[in-house]
Design a binder for this molecule. Structure first.
Ligand SMILES: *Cc1c(COP(=O)(O)O)cnc(C)c1O
Length: 421
C-alpha cells in the first residue's frame, strides 16, 4: 500500500517516510504515545474507511453491513472480555468524545460534574475552564495535595459533599500514582453521584492487572485506545448492563454519526493482542522501566512529583534545577529524546511555560528496552539538563541516542493472537 502512495502522492509519501525515521530514531517518552503493530496499522488503513455504518450491528441506517456488523461484534466482544465489562461501545472517535458521551448518557446540561483540575493532572474534558465540558456543565475541580503530589480522598469527599455533583470523574492524564477507584466509587455513592472513570492513559495496565480496574466501581469507564493499550487512535466506553442502552444512544445518535470502521477493525486487532501473555509481560515491563527511570533520575537530583511512580509515567518538578520545562523539553528534542513540558501540581507558572516535564515508558518498552536502557536514558536526560545551553553536548547526545535506537528497532509484529511463540 505504501509503495503505491509513492507513485500517487510522492510528497505525502516522503513525509510519512520522514515521520517513520523520526519515530525510529528517537527515544519517545511522551507517556500517551506508543508504537502499534503492523497488524494494527494495516487494519486501520483498510477498505473499511470507505464504509458508512451509522447505528449498531443489526440496527444500521445504511445497507451493506454484512461485514461491518461482524467487525463491530468482534471488537465489542473482545473489549468486554479483556476489561471484564458487561457492555462495551467501540464507536467513540477519541477519548475526548468518549468522555462527553459518558456525561451526556447520564446527566443534563447545566448539571454539576467534578473532576481533577488540569493543572493537577486532570484532562481538559474533566471540566477544565477552556473545555466545552465546563460550558455545558457546571464544573467543580478537585486537586492533588501539593505537598505529597497525591490525591487526597478526604478532600475529594468533602468537596463532593459540599457541591453535590451529579458525576464524579476519576482518572488523570498526568498522575504518577495508582488511583483508588474503589474509594471514588464509595464517595460517589455517599453523595448520590455517578462515577465516571477515565483510564485513557492506564487502560493497558488495567487490562494486564497491574493497576486496579475501575470496572467494578464505576458506572461508566472511558478510555482512549492508543496509549498503553497500544491500539489505533480512538475512544471506547465500558459500562454496567443497566447503562448500556443510554451509553449507545449517547454516542450515536447523541454525539456522532458514522463510526470509523477502519479504526474499529484495527482496534479489534489491538484488543486481541492485549489478550495475550506477551501483553501482560509488556505492561509489567512498562512499569518496571518507569520505576527504574524514576529512581535513576532522583539519584541525579531530579525532584519527581510524589517522589516516584506506580505506573508508566513520571512528572519531573524542575524548580530545584531552575530550568523551565519548555526549555528542557526542547533541548531534549534536539537530543532525540521526546517528552512534553507539563504543569506540576501547585505550579505558579502558566501551562504554556510550566515547571514540569512529563515522561513515560510505553513506547520505549515496546521497542524492547529494559532497565539497563533506562539507566542510559536517565544519564542522557541529566547530561542535557546539566548542559542545557551547550549545543555540542546536546548534539553528541543525539548521536548516542541514535545508536541506542538502532539497537532497539521498532518491532513490526509483537504477537500473533492465538499463536503465541
Ligand atoms: C488522552 C486523554 C484523553 C483524550 O483523548 P483524545 O483521544 O486525545 O481525545 C482523555 N482523557 C484522558 C485522561 C487522557 O489522558
Amino acid at each position: 500500500m505504501i509503495s503505491a502512495l509513492e507513485q500517487y502522492d510522492p510528497q505525502i509519501y516522503e513525509l510519512i517516510r520522514q515521520e517513520e525515521a523520526r519515530q525510529s530514531g528517537a527515544i519517545r517518552l511522551i507517556p500517551s504515545e506508543n508504537y502499534v503493530s503492523k497488524a494494527v496499522m494495516i487494519a486501520s488503513s483498510s477498505c473499511f474507511t470507505n464504509k458508512y455504518a451509522e447505528g449498531y450491528p443489526g440496527k444500521r441506517y445504511y445497507e451493506g453491513q454484512q461485514v461491518t456488523d461482524l467487525v463491530e461484534n468482534l471488537a465489542v466482544t473482545r473489549a468486554k472480555k479483556i476489561f471484564k465489562a458487561d457492555h462495551a461501545n467501540t464507536q467513540p472517535y477519541s477519548g475526548s468524545v468518549a468522555n462527553i458521551a459518558a456525561y451526556n448518557a447520564l446527566i443534563n446540561p447545566g448539571d454539576t460534574i467534578m473532576g481533577l483540575s488540569l493543572s493537577h493532572g486532570g484532562h481538559l474534558t474533566h471540566g477544565w475552564n477552556v473545555s466545552a465540558t465546563s460550558r455545558f456543565y457546571n464544573s467543580v475541580q478537585y486537586s492533588v495535595d501539593t505537598k505529597t503530589g497525591r490525591l487526597d480522598y478526604n478532600q475529594i469527599e468533602d468537596l463532593a459533599k459540599k457541591h453535590k455533583p451529579k458525576i464524579i470523574i476519576s482518572g488523570a492524564t498526568a498522575y504518577p500514582r495508582e488511583i483508588d477507584f474503589k474509594a471514588f466509587g464509595e464517595i460517589a455513592k455517599k453523595v448520590g453521584a455517578y462515577h465516571v472513570s477515565d483510564i485513557a492513559h492506564i487502560s493497558g495496565l488495567v487490562v494486564a492487572g497491574i493497576h486496579m480496574s475501575p470496572v467494578p466501581y464505576a458506572d461508566i469507564v472511558s478510555t482512549t485506545t492508543h496509549k498503553t493499550l497500544r491500539g489505533p487512535r480512538g475512544g471506547m466506553l465500558l459500562c454496567k448492563a443497566e447503562h448500556s442502552a443510554k451509553v449507545n444512544k449517547s454516542v450515536f445518535p447523541g454525539l456522532q454519526g458514522g463510526p470509523h470502521m477502519h479504526t474499529m477493525a484495527s482496534l479489534a486487532v489491538a484488543l486481541a493482542e492485549a489478550d495475550t501473555k506477551e501483553f501482560i509481560e509488556y505492561a509489567k515491563q512498562v512499569v518496571k522501566n518507569a520505576k527504574r527511570l524514576a529512581k535513576r533520575l532522583m539519584e541525579y537530583g531530579f525532584d519527581l512529583v510524589s517522589g516516584g511512580t506506580d505506573n508508566h509515567l513520571m512528572l519531573i518538578d524542575l524548580r530545584s534545577k531552575k530550568i523551565p520545562g519548555k526549555k528542557l523539553a526542547k533541548a531534549l528534542d534536539r537530543a532525540r529524546i521526546v517528552g512534553n513540558y507539563n504543569t506540576i501540581p501547585g505550579d505558579d507558572s502558566p501551562a504554556a511555560n510550566p515547571n514540569g516535564l512529563r515522561i513515560g515508558t510505553p513506547a520505549v518498552t515496546t521497542r524492547g528496552m529494559k532497565e539497563d536502557q533506562m539507566d542510559l536514558i536517565a544519564g542522557f536526560i541529566n547530561r542535557v539538563a546539566e548542559n542545557i545551553d551547550n549545543e555540542s553536548v546536546i548534539e553528541g547526545t543525539a548521536k548516542e541516542v541514535l545508536l541506542l535506537c538502532s539497537q532497539f528497532r521498532v518491532p513490526e509484529h509483537f504477537i500473533i493472537p492465538g499463536k503465541e511463540s
